[in-house]
Structures are given as structure tokens and as C-alpha cells.
Write a protein that binds this ligand. Sequence first.
Ligand SMILES: Cc1ncc(COP(=O)(O)O)c(C=O)c1O
Length: 390
Amino acid sequence: MFSHRTNWKLERNRLTEALKAVRAAGAYVLDLTVSNPTRVGLAYDSAAILSALASPRALDYDPEPKGLMEARRAIAQYYKSQHGIQVDQERLFLTTSTSEAYSFVFGLLCNPGDELLVPKPSYPLFEFLADLQDVKLVPYLLIYDHGWQIDFHSLEKAVSERARGIVLVHPNNPTGSYVHGHEREHLSRLCQQHGLALIADEVFLDYALDDNSHRSFADDGDVLTFTLSGLSKISALPQMKVAWISASGPQSQLSEATAHLEVIADTYLSMNAPIQWAVPALLDQRKSIQEQLFDRVRTNLAELDRQLAAQRACQRLIVEGGWYAVLRVPVTQTDEELAVELLRKKSVLVHPGHFYDFPADGYLVLSLIAPEEEFAEGARRILQLLNIDC
Ligand SMILES: Cc1ncc(COP(=O)(O)O)c(C=O)c1O
């Protein structure tokens, strides 16, 4: 009765089962996978947020496929003030999530069976989006050698006749690695050579933890590029469902791409009016929220490093940005088994590396936005279980 594209394995995985059982037994679980910023004790300006949603202008219906001009102007202003780049509001398309933005771009670029190259390890979101658009994902590797980098050998090998684009996550979740300057040049050449587009997911762009400047792809002109971002991370407001696509690239391709995107967006007109009128105010919230998140992430990272310095078996991989840290742990069992053991014995929830398609066991992913005390205690229990004297 149902399409092959929805033929997913829907059973709960072992970690989810174990979590249910541990919670049912009454244990308080320290959640070091938390990615929902609305539940980690940040101080939101609730009056400003709620009043932004009550604009009388929202009583009017003005179906604008790209999204209301006022909202797009505010997003262009964000790029100017936060990243020093000019983004033409005519090339911005509002969507109700980055996921929706992905599905628009996948649908724009790919016929059934066409291929997109995706980084590995990375966030496990693309599979479902690709299935729903009948797109085939072909992984290319990120390798760790004194920091993460794109393995161009594996990327070039992954390009076939059916390839339509390369997905970049800038910075990547969970490796926290940005696409570096020399990598961008290489990517540009590769795209031009094979007629590929770039799809750059920049939801964590603002959260750089090193001192380097990490340029947005939103004003790239050499290659047809779709830059995806939104308020779920920029202002830590995932419940508002505000995201966008910024299209850029050579004029010859860009005008056609934006015309097609406009029809896709017009087919759904998925943004509601109150939220569009609220975009300027919600974007403004980033100033106080990002400051709090930087504090949180830096404090947790410093605490993790303090605890790691007192032992030898575990290490933290270099993180350039974002909300996650990757721990390299001794391989005595699979990462999933280790995560289940941590839950059962220590009531700590972490993500095993294989959730993100790490190429081997020996990795745990910790959320750096967890409340400080929970994070410190969780890290202590993890290192304790790994029999490390710290
Ligand atoms: C890299 C990345 N892209 C996109 C998303 C989803 O963003 P949205 O809430 O806008 O769909 C996430 C969520 O964590 C993410 O980590």
C-alpha cells in the first residue's frame, strides 16, 4: 500500500529502548545529547518574542512566494551586520525549516535517481529528505588529522554522471569543522568541472569558537550555491520554524534557478504571516541568546578539558564551532553498546558516533549546550565509567 520511498526501518534503536527503561525505573538521566535550546535554561526575552507575533499587519494575506519583503530585508541586514556580506533580498526564499529548504533545493536540482554528495560523518537528516525526493546520497569523507578536513580523494571518487551537487555543513554537526579557504577553492573548481551546485548548511555559522573568520557561502559567485540557515540556531528559536535559502552564483544560472525556486515556494506558500512579520524582532534576539550560548559552550568545553587533562585514555577532537564536542574513547565495544552501558550504569545519555556515521567505533558526541552542572557531572561519570582516574 505504501511507497518504497517510505519503506523505513521504524523500530526503536537500542539506545532509545534503554533510555525508556532507565527513565521508567525512575532514574534522572543527565542528557548530554540535548539540542533543544528552549530547554536548557537560557534567558529568553519572552515579552519581546511574544509581542513580535502579534503584529496587526498579520491580519492581511499577502501571498509572496519568496516570503514577505520585510522579513527578507531583515535577513539581508543580518548577513551585512553579522558577516559583512551583501545578500540580495531577491535571492532569498523563506521556508519553515532548514529541512524544508533542503527539500526545495533537492527537488530543484535532482531527477529521481540523481545523486548528491554528502559529508560523512554528519547530521543524520539527509537520508529521509533524500528518500522523499527520490535522490541518492553518496557520502564523501571528512578525515581527522590535527583537525577535520575534506578528503578530496574520496569526494572526487564519489562524483558520477548522476551527481548534481555537493552538500556542505559549515560548520559541520557534530565535528564542528568549517570548510576552510583552500577547500573552498578546490570545491569551486570541482563544481565547475562537473557542473555541480553547492548546498551549504550554515545553521551553526555564527557559533565560531576559534579566532579565525569563517566566511559565509551566501555571497559566493563562482558556482551556483544554495546557502541554508535559519532561526533555530541563530536565535535559538527552533519552535518558530523560520529558515531560508539564499541563492547565489553566476548570473546565467542564478536567474533560472531563482525562477524555478519561486514556483516551488509558490506551490506551498508555507510561511504564515504572523511569523514573517516577527522575523526582524526574532533575528534581533540573537544578540542576547548567542552571548549566553557562547558562555555555555565555552564553560562546558573548558570543564571537559579540565577533566580530560587529569586522565589519558580519552581525548577531545578539535572543535572550531557549533554546539558539540567529539570524544575519542577506547574501543572495547561498539559505540552503541558503550552508550547503552553509560545509560544503564551512570544514567548519562550521549550519542554514539555511529549515529552520525563515524567510519569506526571509538567516538561519543556530547552536547555543549547542556546546563553546566549537568554537563560537568555527566562528563565526570563518563570518564569514571571508562575506568579513568581523574
Ligand atoms: C546541521 C543542521 N542542519 C539543519 C538542522 C535543522 O534545522 P531546522 O530546525 O531549521 O530544520 C540541524 C538541527 O540540529 C542541524 O544540526
